[in-house]
Write a protein that binds this ligand. Structure first.
Ligand code: ATP
Ligand code: NMN
Ligand code: ZN
Length: 284
């Protein structure tokens, strides 16, 4: 067996999940910030970024159709040589837990077969649970980050803002087992605003504290408070969103007249899919 080169960097694929309703310049900045940060550690090489817009079944208020959100994200990343959009999540008929999206992308990267499906997207490693047939499972030489043909598989890490990390604490929104699998098996790259509230949040959570070495907190020094909510608000009020979203996205929004008082009312009064799902699960 060949010796491992200690200077060899771990390849990382960054996966950002969210509504992207619509995609903003800040969403694109997240990838640049995370990549610079990981490269500065000297340990990682970021090879790809993936934007995965959530499907319509997420039922968030004001969420416009995934078709439009995916198209805008594609327009926005057209000139990036490393960030791309993946519509697998948004084309599923039901809302999917983020951990399942991570599993899907991990499986896709490990498998030479491009037809991997959701059925194959089982947990990475989960002691005490049966896995589906996996050819080299008992081969002691095979490592977790190697595909069946022995090639090194890049790590998939979840890229998010500190609001998503802090949403781990909202009752019924995330399952503890999902949080554990995300940070234990994949890892988190979290972009935070100035201040240490995110560190405090990790300190106060036993599970986050346990796996804190797999949570990369990236401080955003050139702060930028753009959010999709503010973009939609400006549009409703007939205000300019120029220089806040890529110009191709702005043109697409205007051409299709995407955001209005009516669109903001979509899913009003409907329970967000994860809350709905976890509430009914806990009853069963
Ligand atoms: N200004 C920001 N700083 C750090 N992270 C951000 C920022 N804006 C968005 N994100 C992150 O981008 C990802 C996608 O978020 P999302 O689609 O909800 O966008 P958003 O701008 O937060 O939209 P909304 O205002 O509708 O919640 C999330 O991980 C979110 O935390
Ligand atoms: N339990 C879960 O896996 C869970 C819960 C809430 C949100 N999410 C995801 O986080 C992202 C949040 O996006 P928003 O901030 O736009 O609501 C979405 O991709 C959503 O699917 C996942
Ligand atoms: Zn958000």
């Amino acid at each position: 067996m060949a010796m491992e080169d200690p200077d060899r960097k771990t390849e990382v694929v960054l996966l950002a999940c969210g509504s992207f309703n619509p995609i903003t310049n800040m969403h694109l900045r997240l990838f640049e910030l995370a990549k610079d940060y990981l490269h500065e550690t000297g340990k990682y090489k970021v090879i790809k970024g993936i934007i995965s817009p959530v499907g319509d079944a997420y039922k968030k208020k004001g969420l416009i159709s995934a078709d439009h959100r995916v198209t805008m994200a594609k327009l926005a990343t057209n000139n990036s040589d490393w960030v791309e959009v993946d519509d697998w999540e948004s084309t599923q008929s039901e809302w999917l837990e983020t951990v399942k999206v991570l599993r899907h992308h991990h499986e896709k990267l490990s498998s030479p077969d491009p037809t991997v499906s959701l059925q194959n997207a089982l947990p990475l490693t989960k002691p005490g649970r049966k896995r589906k047939q996996e050819p080299n499972r008992h081969d002691p030489i095979k490592k977790k980050n190697q595909s069946p043909d022995g090639k090194n598989v890049p790590q998939v890490k979840l890229l998010c803002g500190s609001d998503v990390l802090e949403s781990f604490g909202i009752p019924n929104l995330w399952k503890l087992e999902d949080i554990t699998e995300i940070i234990q098996n994949y890892g988190l790259v979290c972009i935070s605003r100035a201040g240490n509230s995110t560190q405090k949040f990790i300190y106060e959570s036993d599970i986050l504290w346990k796996y804190k070495n797999n949570i990369h907190l990236v401080e955003e020094w050139i702060t930028n408070d753009i959010s999709s909510t503010k973009i939609r608000r400006a549009l409703r009020r007939g205000q300019s969103i120029r220089y806040l979203v890529p110009d191709v996205v702005r043109a697409y929004i205007e051409k299709n007249d995407l955001y209005s008082l009516e669109s903001e009312d979509r899913n009003a009064g409907v329970t967000l899919a994860p809350l709905q799902k976890n509430a009914s699960d806990s009853k069963n």
